[in-house]
Design a protein around this ligand. Structure first.
Ligand code: GLN
Length: 547
């Protein structure tokens, strides 16, 4: 049966709770344990699928087709354990489940209350798959004191009571602000945060304190005394140059040891940290740098393309180069020539996106990359725009466009080389969708197989002709135009196994121009860079050597 680690946060948000959880997961693996990480989010949205990337960062998609919080991306990147639908839940989903049961009469007419009905629903969720792993790490989103978070805190309190003693450990992440004027690290906000936790019945076993520098002994002792934790369970989380240093840094600080001590696991198995030492070595001993432009819409918030930025970094690690990413607003190219903005980059990436805004700019970026022979990676919408560009500017289909934009505008303006997918096969079941279906949950989501053409560049890059990758989209490139596009050199080198859905296109006679309908970035890891990103950066490195 799994042991449970509950990770909560206090003082302020954005302290890196997800990263601390992910790094701890990696360290427990390094000690030979199996882990699963889960995120419990107090917000009332049913899932993050319809939340704006401006507000919430990217939507991370799992193999089994769940649209989840971007923290699940961190978990996967650090542990390599593919996240599942059952690894992420929100208050909205919990309440929906409870209310649906109430409507079905499952509660036999009882009065429905937060305790026990909502808290039981949360506890049932936490228990899913508890026999499969040694450690289950559950991160509670938000900070202690948030009104939406209370049922979650209450549920984990009860959960620990339900389990035998020593089965659950609580870890609390806070901030130690440094006051310049007095030259002091302040422990008071942490003390208050722990007091708040204790007032709802939770006592942390481990305190992880985010600070700019090391925590002096005096402050450490004070925190231990006032917060009722052992001094060696006060762990400093100092600012790091790279997130991938986190497992080693937390190990040096004694986090994994403190956790094993809290569970009274003795003797603690020795950690095998070579994987993370190699990762750190590749990051800190890069030879040279490449510049990559990401031409997108949500450029104000980098978290909107979190997995892409990470996958590019992994690609850099595979080639021992640093990847300098610049975010370029696609809308700029609707009025301005892209050339002065894009010259000087060694590669161009056009990421996924929804809606028409910025798409003409993305099409121009694809054109620039094709004509100037700059490595181009188009992901999802970025592939669709590359196809439209090819259709308009090379194959002579002057009015080529996507049905997505016509649908938005409510009138027909384009020849839809990208059309709305109404039905497809998943496993052996047929899925049918209408344009007018609900916004949430109407997409081709999760892992689908693709077959790669023998001898194509992608088959060479993957070293395989059968792959599976994660999807999140409603529209597809229309096969009707395949012959016309292939005749001018845009080859359809990846297809769904039934041959109906284009998965990959690539330009022949171009050093590196690939568009993929799926999201390869979601499966890239620092210790296992995704082959497409590794090769994309290799191509960028070749360009950087030429200039
Ligand atoms: N908007 C496009 C579609 O729905 C692309 C989606 C994406 O890039 N993730 O097909």
């Amino acid at each position: 049966m799994a042991r449970f680690i509950f990770i909560t946060g206090g003082v302020v948000s954005s302290l890196g709770k997800g990263l601390a959880s992910a790094a701890l997961g990696a360290l427990l693996q390094a000690r030979g344990f199996s882990v699963r990480l889960r995120k419990l989010d107090p917000y009332l949205n049913v899932d993050p699928g319809t939340m704006s990337p401006f507000e919430h960062g990217e939507v991370f998609v799992t193999d089994d087709g769940a649209e989840t919080d971007l923290d699940l991306g961190h978990y996967e990147r650090f542990t390599g354990v593919p996240a599942r639908k059952t690894d992420s839940i929100s208050s909205g989903r919990i309440y929906t489940n409870v209310l649906e049961r109430e409507r079905r009469g499952d509660y036999l007419g009882k009065t429905i209350q937060v305790i026990p009905h909502v808290t039981n629903e949360i506890k049932d969720f936490i228990r899913i798959g508890e026999d499969e792993v040694d450690f289950m790490l559950c991160e509670i989103g938000g900070t202690v004191g948030d009104i939406e978070g209370l049922p979650f805190f209450e549920a984990i309190r009860q959960f620990a009571q339900d389990k035998p003693r020593g089965q659950c450990v609580f870890m609390h992440l806070t901030l130690l602000p440094f006051i310049k004027a007095s030259g002091e690290l302040k422990t008071k906000p942490t003390q208050h945060s722990v007091k708040e936790l204790r007032s709802i019945g939770l006592a942390p076993d481990i305190l992880v304190c985010r600070s700019e520098g090391p925590i002096p002994v005096k402050e450490r002792e004070k925190l231990a005394l006032f917060c009722n934790v052992r001094p060696d369970s006060v762990i400093a989380a100092q600012d790091l140059k790279s997130i991938y240093e986190a497992p080693l840094a937390y190990h040096r600080e004694g986090l994994d040891q403190a956790v094993l001590d809290a569970f009274q696991i003795t003797p603690a198995p020795k950690p095998q940290l070579d994987r993370w030492e190699d990762v750190a070595d590749r990051i800190f001993h890069a030879e040279g740098a490449v510049k990559v432009a990401i031409v997108g819409k949500y450029t104000q918030l980098e978290d909107a393309y979190k997995s892409i930025a990470e996958a590019l970094t992994h690609g850099g690690m595979a080639n021992r180069v640093k990847v300098q990413i610049e975010w370029v607003d696609a809308e700029l190219f609707e009025t301005e020539d892209p050339a002065p903005h894009l010259e000087g980059f060694h590669a161009i990436l056009v990421p996924g996106g929804f809606g028409e805004r910025g798409t003409e700019g993305k099409i121009r970026a694809a054109q620039f990359a094709r004509e100037r022979k700059v490595p181009y990676l188009g992901i999802c919408l970025g592939m669709q725009m590359a196809v439209i560009e090819a259709a308009r500017n090379v194959a002579g289909l002057k009015t080529a466009g996507s049905e997505e934009f016509d649908h938005e505008a409510g009138k027909k303006r384009f020849e839809p080389v990208v059309y709305h997918l109404k039905e497809w096969v998943q496993g052996n079941a047929k899925v049918e969708r209408k344009v007018t279906d609900d916004k949430g949950g109407t997409m081709r989501l999760g892992a689908y197989d693709a077959v790669l053409a023998e001898g194509s560049k992608v088959a060479e890059i993957y070293g395989a002709t059968q792959i599976d990758e994660r999807h999140r989209h409603r529209y597809e490139v229309d096969l009707t135009y395949r012959d016309q596009l292939e005749a001018v050199g845009l080859k359809f080198t990846g297809m769904s196994p039934d041959g109906r859905l284009p998965e990959i296109v690539e330009w022949e006679d171009h050093p590196w121009f690939i568009g993929v309908q799926f999201h390869p970035e979601l499966k890239s890891k620092p210790f296992e860079p995704h082959p497409l990103f590794a090769d994309f950066i290799r191509a960028a490195k070749d360009v950087s050597r030429l200039v």
